[in-house]
Design a binder for this molecule. Structure first.
Ligand code: MF3
Ligand code: CO
Ligand code: CO
Length: 395
C-alpha cells in the first residue's frame, strides 16, 4: 500500500484523503480488477453524502464530473465486481464493452422473483436438485392462464424496446425503456439481478451471441442487435427475443440472410411441436436449415422450460444429435431460442462474465418464443401482434 492509502481510516467507509486520479494510479498498480471494489465504496459514499461534492465529503478532492462519470463502470465477474477501466482481453471482433449505468430500481409494489434481492434463484436451484431425469411438469389451467398473461406483457415490452432502435441510441437507453415499460405494466424485468445480471434486458450486438449487457455504446449504422426480454408478471415468466437491423441500408445482404435464416430456424422448430415429440428432436430442423445456408448452430446455450421459474426442465438444445430427455405433452411450456452464427459455432465469454461472443468475431443472430404445447401443436405465447415492428431484414 502506498502512503496515500495508509491514510484510510479504520472504518473504510469513511475518509480517503486522496484524489480520484491518485486512487486510480494506485488501483492500476494493484491490477485492474481491484479498482471495482474501491470505486464501489466511493460511489456508495457519494450517495450517502447528500451534501454534494467539493466540501467536507470524504472525497473532497473529487470533481463533480469525475463523480458522475465514476457511477458508470465496466462490469466484471458477472456483475459482482466493477471497474473504471476496460479490462484487457483478447476481443474476438471489433465490439468492445462500454461502461454500464448504475442499477435501476423496481418499486416495492411490484411482485419480485426470489433472486431480485439476493442475486441467487433459490427456487430454481432447488427444483434442479430435485429434478428426476426426463420429467417435465404439465401446467394447470391456472398456470397456463398466468403464462399467457406474462408472455403478452413481455411481447409488449419487446415491441416498445424495438421501437427505440436507431443509429446513435445506446443500449443503456433501450434498457431504460424496457425497465420503465415493465414497471408501467406491473412486471419485474426478469434479467435484473438474476445471478447478478446488472440490467433489465439482454442487448446483444453483432458478434455477441447472447447475454450482452446494456451499456453506453451508441448503436451504429449497419449493426444488428438482439433484444431479449423476459417479464415476471403475477408470478410467471414470459421470455422472447428478436434480432433487428440498425439503420436503413448498411446491414449487408449476408447479415440480413443470417437474421432471416435464424428466424426461419425458429419457425421450422415450432412446426414440429406437438404431444409425443422428443425435445431432443428440435435440433434437427434447426441444424438442417442453418447448414443449408452455410451457417452454424450455437451449442453452448439452449432453450428451457419456463413458468413460475425463469429456467427449468427441460433443456432444449438447438443442435442435432443431442441426448436431452423428455417428451412433449399438452400443457408444457418452454422456449425455443436458436442462436445461429455466420462462422464458427464456438463462443467465448467476456470478462464481464455474461457476454457470449463468437470465437471468430463473426456475427450471430437469435430469435426466441415461449411456447405452450397443445393437443394440436404449439401455441406461440409470445406471438407478434399487429402492433409489432416490421422486420427490415425481411425486405
Ligand atoms: N432471456 C434469456 C433466455 O432466453 C436469459 C437471460 S439471463 C440474464 O434464457 F441473466 F442474462 F438475463
Ligand atoms: Co430470453
Ligand atoms: Co429463454
Amino acid at each position: 500500500m502506498s502512503t496515500a492509502m495508509s491514510e484510510t481510516s479504520e472504518d473504510d467507509n469513511k475518509l480517503v484523503g486522496i484524489s480520484l486520479n491518485e486512487h486510480l494510479r494506485e488501483s492500476e498498480r494493484l491490477g485492474e480488477a481491484v479498482i471495482g471494489q474501491m470505486v464501489e465504496k466511493e460511489v456508495q459514499l457519494m450517495h450517502q453524502d447528500g451534501k454534494g461534492v467539493g466540501l467536507t465529503n470524504p472525497y473532497g478532492i473529487l470533481l463533480a464530473d469525475e463523480l458522475m462519470e465514476s457511477e458508470w463502470l465496466y462490469c466484471l465477474k458477472e456483475g459482482r465486481k466493477w471497474s473504471l477501466r476496460r479490462p484487457k482481453f483478447f476481443w474476438t471482433g471489433k465490439l468492445r464493452p462500454h461502461r454500464v449505468s448504475p442499477a435501476r430500481e423496481v418499486p416495492e409494489t411490484i411482485l419480485r422473483p426470489d433472486y431480485a434481492d439476493t442475486g441467487f434463484p433459490e427456487s430454481e436451484v432447488e427444483a434442479d436438485e430435485n429434478w428426476k431425469p426426463g420429467v417435465v411438469p404439465v401446467k394447470t389451467e391456472r398456470e397456463i392462464h398466468g403464462m399467457r398473461e406474462a408472455c403478452k406483457v413481455a411481447r409488449e415490452v419487446l415491441d416498445a424496446a424495438t421501437g427505440t432502435i436507431k443509429v446513435g441510441v445506446t443500449t443503456d437507453e433501450i434498457d431504460r425503456v424496457v425497465h420503465e415499460t415493465c414497471v408501467e405494466l406491473g412486471a419485474y424485468p426478469s434479467p435484473l439481478n438474476y445471478y447478478n445480471f446488472p440490467k433489465s434486458v439482454c442487448a446483444s450486438v453483432n458478434e455477441v451471441v447472447c447475454h450482452g449487457i446494456p451499456d453506453r455504446r451508441e448503436l451504429e449504422d449497419g449493426d444488428i442487435v438482439n433484444l431479449d426480454v423476459t417479464c415476471y408478471y403475477k408470478g410467471f415468466h414470459g421470455d422472447l427475443n428478436e434480432t433487428h437491423c440498425v439503420g436503413k441500408h448498411k446491414v449487408s445482404e449476408k447479415h440480413k440472410r443470417l437474421i432471416r435464416t435464424t428466424y426461419e430456424c425458429l419457425e421450422h422448430a415450432i412446426a414440429i411441436v406437438r404431444p409425443g415429440v422428443w425435445f431432443r428432436d428440435i435440433g434437427a430442423p434447426i441444424t438442417r436449415h442453418a447448414t443449408k445456408n452455410n451457417f452454424s448452430v450455437v451449442k453452448d446455450y439452449c432453450g428451457h422450460g419456463i413458468g413460475e421459474l425463469f429456467h427449468c426442465a427441460p433443456t432444449i438444445p438447438h443442435y442435432e444429435k443431442n441426448k436431452t430427455l423428455g417428451v412433449m405433452q399438452a400443457g408444457m411450456t418452454f422456449t425455443i431460442e436458436p442462436m445461429i452464427n455466420e462462422g464458427s459455432h464456438k463462443c467465448v465469454t467476456w470478462p464481464d462474465g455474461w457476454t457470449a461472443a463468437t470465437k471468430d468475431g463473426k456475427r450471430s443472430a437469435q430469435f426466441e418464443h415461449t411456447l405452450l404445447c397443445t393437443e394440436s401443436g404449439a401455441e406461440v405465447l409470445t406471438a407478434r401482434t399487429d402492433k409489432s415492428t416490421n422486420f427490415a431484414w425481411m425486405e
